[in-house]
Design a protein around this ligand. Structure first.
Ligand code: B16
Ligand code: MG
Length: 214
């Protein structure tokens, strides 16, 4: 086997909370009269909550905001976002993702999460994957967000694996850069695949089954 472990990004790879992020940021941006669209939204993928807010504020022209006011805005967005997460259930995990994860595990691969999100434990619970992964590295155990490799290096460390033995799966260009910066090969989906950011750029999640056998 080419790899011993796979580290999965969460939003945009295992499940699709990216639309909920978009709607919550859009509501906040509209209230601030800050133009925001899906092109700008693509830059938020994999980026931490506070770094995302700074991107939203690039088009804001109102009175200067203090750090406290910025923190309050990020909390306001997160509360809207978490309302959407409450609606999620195991039905939000596709059959393709569930079956592919089980098949990868059956090949003897260790499986981990490497997500920038502080909400990762809640999302995993909502979609029925609480306790499923061999390790979870997320926004709660890092101080530097993607494209810094910290989240993936921590995941490899939690698994007890050499980074070179781990494959990263990502939908964000910043996440693919983070995987490469950590010395890992990267398989991309979605936006990152469209940008050709991966060593493999996939159309569907189940292509991982052939990538690990190559
Ligand atoms: P939170 P991922 C990332 O998750 C999202 O892609 C990104 O849009 C979000 O800002 C970030 O998590 C932080 O999320 O506000 O929940 O802590 O793609 O790395 O799984
Ligand atoms: Mg993502």
């Amino acid at each position: 086997m080419k790899f011993k472990a796979i580290i999965f990004d969460l939003d945009g790879v295992i499940c699709f909370t990216d639309e909920y992020h978009y709607r919550a940021w859009k509501a906040l941006a509209d209230r601030l009269n800050a133009p925001f669209d899906r092109t700008i939204n693509n830059r938020l993928r994999g980026v931490s909550r506070m770094a995302s807010l700074e991107i939203i504020l690039e088009t804001y022209t109102g009175p200067e905001l203090s750090e406290e006011e910025k923190a309050a805005l990020a909390t306001e967005k997160n509360e809207m976002y978490r309302e959407s997460l409450k609606e999620m259930s195991p039905a939000d995990l596709s059959d393709e993702v569930r079956e592919t994860l089980n098949a990868l595990r059956a090949k003897g691969l260790k499986l981990a999460i490497g997500s920038s999100s502080k909400n990762a434990p809640f999302i995993l619970k909502q979609i029925g994957l609480e306790g499923y992964f061999d390790a979870v590295s997320d926004g709660n155990n890092i101080s530097r967000s993607k494209p810094d490799p910290e989240v993936f290096l921590k995941a490899a460390e939690f698994l007890g694996m050499d980074p070179a033995d781990c494959l990263v799966v990502e939908d964000a260009v910043s996440g693919a850069e983070a995987g490469h910066a950590g010395g890992m090969k990267v398989a991309c989906l979605g936006d990152a695949a469209r940008h050709g950011a991966g060593d493999w750029n996939m159309n569907s999640f189940s292509e991982l089954l052939t990538i690990v056998e190559e």
